[in-house]
Design a protein around this ligand. Structure first.
Ligand SMILES: NC(=O)c1ccc[n+]([C@@H]2O[C@H](COP(=O)([O-])OP(=O)(O)OC[C@H]3O[C@@H](n4cnc5c(N)ncnc54)[C@H](OP(=O)(O)O)[C@@H]3O)[C@@H](O)[C@H]2O)c1
Length: 280
């Protein structure tokens, strides 16, 4: 694939290994933003039907082996499950040189683990995107490995900008990122589902309740983002003394809503750390 960083200056061939949920999301985002030409995107996967689907839907090149996909690619994106990373890296390790950038989205696999399986000096960047990236509303945290250059970081940033926002963090914080923004969409889906169910309980038609819940969550998030105000300030602005919102918030506090969210993120972060400490 031909990839443009967005400034129109750099054009790079790209290989994508793993045509699953995240691989498809990344490829679709790049193509829909016009950041690359599908004829220059080479995709490989062990499942032929996934390759056929991506080939037909997106017009990308499909490859019968991972080695074929990486040949001639300047950027190699690894989007397989963590358990498949060892196999993929042993497939391609001797086919990757220091002129190629390797980007991994595998949860819990650190850059050092990947570097150890590649030739010395391998340039690796780790990324943790999330699923709202499918519609360009995601956020991706990135961390460069030992040999990755400033240019590698900006190429990775440009790539994931097609899926939304990008932040750079120290790699030691990747478990916290996984617990918050990686797993976070699921928490938000549960919250929206709960709001909608509560609406139904209070007599609203199901479709109306879901629409109200969805737009409420989306609007509140957009207000936090666009106003720059702290959520606590925005919350206090809509909470009148002895009003309806104060009554609702008091229940959430009493039921431990805040503590439950904090524990959820902390527990997911611990699980990520635990997974990464296992020799995958
Ligand atoms: N989904 C998310 O929300 C999300 C968010 C952030 C990061 N990630 C990361 O993204 C990565 C991919 O996740 P996913 O949800 O997209 O997984 P997925 O849907 O299972 O996609 C991975 C694809 O890679 C294929 N594969 C397995 N072994 C392979 C090999 N040796 N060579 C080439 N292809 C191979 C899989 O085939 P099989 O099905 O036969 O194994 C599957 O089609 C994971 O490491 C995950 O941690 C995912």
């Amino acid at each position: 694939m031909e990839y443009s960083s967005g400034d129109g200056a750099s054009q790079t061939n790209l290989a994508l290994i793993g045509a699953g949920v995240m691989g498809e999301a990344i490829a679709s985002a790049l193509l829909s933003k016009g950041a690359c030409d599908p004829r220059h995107l080479s995709v490989s996967d062990v499942r032929d039907y996934r390759l056929d689907a991506l080939g037909q839907q997106l017009g990308v090149n499909t490859c019968s082996s991972n080695r074929e996909a990486v040949a001639g690619a300047s950027v190699i994106l690894l989007a397989v499950k963590p358990q498949a990373m060892d196999t993929v890296l042993s497939d391609i390790s001797d086919a990757i040189g220091s002129d190629q950038l390797v980007i991994s989205v595998a949860a819990g696999i650190d850059t050092e683990w990947i570097e150890r399986r590649l030739l010395p000096g391998a340039r690796v960047v780790r990324a943790m995107p999330n699923t709202p990236g499918i519609i360009g509303m995601g956020i991706t945290a990135i961390s460069p490995g030992k040999h990755a250059t400033e240019q590698d970081v900006s190429v990775t940033e440009g790539l994931f900008r097609c899926m939304g926002e990008v932040v750079q963090v120290d790699e030691t914080l990747m478990d916290a990122v996984t617990g918050l923004s990686g797993s976070g969409p699921a928490y938000c889906f549960m919250f929206i589902e709960s709001l909608a169910e509560a609406g139904v309980l209070n007599g609203l038609p199901r479709d109306v309740a879901l629409k109200l819940a969805c737009w409420t969550a989306m609007g509140a998030a957009a207000l936090v983002k666009d106003s720059g105000d702290h959520p606590a300030v925005l919350k206090s602005r809509v909470t009148s003394p002895a009003g309806t919102t104060a009554a609702g918030l008091a229940v959430l506090e009493r039921m431990g809503f805040r503590a439950a969210v904090i524990d959820a993120v902390t527990s997911a972060a611990s699980r990520s750390k635990q997974l990464s400490s296992q020799d995958t």
